[in-house]
Structures are given as C-alpha cells and as structure tokens.
Design a protein around this ligand. Structure first.
Ligand code: KG4
Ligand code: ZN
Length: 337
C-alpha cells in the first residue's frame, strides 16, 4: 500500500511517499529557517502563508523523487492536528483536493501518532524488524512530552506527560536566555558537548514524584535566576550552562522512562519527536536501557523532527481508525492522543 503523506502542522512543509508504512520512497521537507533567524521563533501567520506558497512544489517533488505518479498512490495521509490552525488547514486542503479529485481514501492523522510510528519506518542503514508490542514510547517534541504505553499498533495509553513546558520548549526558552537562536535544541546539543554537565546543579523536575509526569518550567526558571545573579555567565560559561541544563532534562526523561518500563514490565523502549534527535539523550537512554536489559528503538534523525514519512506510516498502521471520506477531513488543532 503506497501512501502520500502530508505534514504542515507547524512551520515545515513536508510530503513523502511510503510503502506499507515502512519503506520510504521519498521524504521531502521545506523549512522556514530564514524566518527563525529574523524573528527568533515561529510566526504563525508567516508559517501559514509559506505553506500555501510551497505545498504544491513539495508534493510534486516527493512524487518525482519517488519516481511515482498520482495514479500509483493508494491513499493520502495528512496531519489534522495538533498544531497551528492556519498551518494545518493548508495541508488538509491539499490532501482533500487530491483525495477527492483522484477518488483516493484519505487518512486523518494525529501528529503525535506520526512521531510514534516514525519508529516503524525502515532506516536506510539497518533492516530492522518493526517494533514488537507491547513497548513504551517517550515522545519528546516542541509541544509535547508524553510517555505512551503502546499495547498494540493501534492501541495505546498515555501514562505520563509534562505538567507545564514540553522538553523541546524548555530547550528553546533556555537557548533564548543564552542568546543562542531558534530552534534551541540543536544549538544547545552542540554547545553542551564542550561543557561540564556537573558545573551547575539545576533541579530535576518531579523525579521524586510517584507519577510518570514531567515538569520543566522550574528548570527554565532556575537557569533564568542563575543568569540574573551572574549575567556574565551567559557569555563566559555558555557551554557549562548548556551542558548542565541538558543534564537535568535528560536525567528527568531517563528516570521516569526507565521506572515506567520497569513497572509495566515491557522489554522495549522507543524514543520519538524532535528532542529524540538529541545526541546526549540518545546515548544516555541507550546506556541506561542496556544496563536494565531493555531494547531501545530510536528513529533515524530525519524521522525524529517533523516529517511526512511518519504521517504516512501512522496512517498505514492505524488503518481503518484513521480512514475517512475526503470531505470528512477536518483540522483539529487540539487532536488528543
Ligand atoms: O517534533 P518537532 O520537530 O516539532 C514538534 O512537533 O514540536 O520538535 C521540535 C523541537 C524543538 O523544540 C527543537 O528545539 C527540538 O525539537 N530539537 C532538539 C534537537 N533537535 C530538535 N532538542 C534537543 N536536541 C536536539 N538535537
Ligand atoms: Zn512534531
């Protein structure tokens, strides 16, 4: 089954062709980095207009790179939410027009399901088997930090989530405090490599709490208070601050994830979302999973951050649960798990 995936939930315009939810024939992404530099973040109105300008070219390129025509597709999968309403509507309208015009089935995909199912995509280098359920998935993105018990490919339960900021949001806010730029995750990731993670003792939110929930706003505030008292550290000890902040995020993420895996008795942990691209998180979760005798799945880097291949994968595995008539495709900015 060959699906065209379309993703426009935030500010990246993406399209991909994926066969059987695993084999990626193309994965195209147009990003709006030029605006990040100019405005220091995402401006929803600009993001929406950019999607309108690029969506057709991105879809055409995805088909061309896959050497496929619309006639060879079996369906159109699109992100319906959660995300920015003005951005989502562009992808949904494009998907609706294509599905309606071609008489193809449409799939209404939850962006978070997309991140989870990125773990089912075949990663060029490894010919790994699809994950065996049950497993535990830590979804860490710019808007979400959720622990998901995946009982079957089409059945899961949210067992924990952040009570305030998402992990990616904390990276972006702390990067701004340090004057680094946007998005902050990759910048802090790179800078932290030359810093001392033990230089500053920042708080690990909720680690002693019995729930599987997370909290990152206290950590962000601790970094801000530190900079209020020692403003010169933003220039002279940037790498140490980045490394110490990152260590606190990763400790909290790993502690809760390992505890949940132990309590649920699963043998496999999966990582997903933009923050899953973080090199230190990948390394530390791998090391801790190994010590605990657990398998760890991590998507290839290009499938961690927003992309359309994961949307096509989610549509394939969700199947009838995601399939709708083209005229029933609706934007749902608060689409819940
Ligand atoms: O999943 P994603 O691309 O979009 C959302 O659905 O939110 O995640 C974006 C988030 C941003 O907050 C970004 O700073 C973070 O992922 N991110 C990273 C890294 N790459 C992206 N955070 C830490 N380390 C990275 N290498
Ligand atoms: Zn995302």
């Amino acid at each position: 089954m060959r699906l065209l995936g379309i993703e426009t939930s935030c500010d990246d315009t993406a399209a991909a062709v994926v066969v059987d939810g695993r084999n990626v024939e193309s994965n195209v992404l147009a990003s709006q980095d030029e605006f990040h530099a100019r405005y220091g973040g995402i401006v929803p109105e600009i993001a929406s207009r950019k999607h309108v300008e690029t969506i057709n070219a991105v879809i055409e390129l995805a088909l061309r790179k896959a050497s496929r025509t619309l006639d060879e597709l079996d369906g159109i999968a699109v992100t319906c939410g959660p995300g920015l309403p003005g951005s989502l509507v562009v992808g949904v309208a494009a998907a609706q027009a294509l599905a309606f015009g071609r008489g193809l089935p449409a799939y209404a995909v939850n962006h978070l399901h997309g991140h989870l199912f990125a773990n089912f995509l075949r990663d060029g280098e490894r010919d790994q088997a699809p994950p065996q359920t049950p497993f535990l998935c830590l979804v860490v993105s710019g808007g979400h930090t959720d622990l998901i018990a995946v009982e079957a490919a089409d059945r899961h339960r949210v067992i924990g989530r952040t009570l305030d900021d998402a992990a990616g949001e904390a990276y972006d806010k702390v990067a701004r405090l340090l004057g680094l730029g946007f998005p902050g995750g990759p910048l802090i990731d790179a800078l932290a490599r030359s810093g001392d993670p033990a230089a500053f003792a920042f708080p690990r939110g909720l680690v002693r709490d019995a729930s599987y929930n997370f909290s990152f706003s206290g950590l962000k505030t601790a970094v801000r208070y530190h900079l209020d008292r020692h403003p010169e550290d933003a220039r002279t000890r940037t790498a140490d601050l980045a490394a110490s902040f990152q260590a606190a995020v990763i400790d909290a993420l790993c502690d809760k994830t390992l505890r949940a895996a132990h309590d649920l008795g699963v043998a496999t942990i999966a990582l997903a979302g933009g923050v899953a691209a973080n090199s230190a998180l990948r390394e530390q979760l791998r090391a801790r999973a190994q010590r605990a005798g657990l398998a760890l799945l991590v998507p290839a880097l290009e499938y961690c951050t927003d992309n359309a291949a994961m949307i096509a994968a989610a549509a394939f595995y969700r199947g009838a649960r995601a399939r709708v008539q083209p005229d029933q495709l609706r934007v749902d900015p608060n689409f819940a798990w």
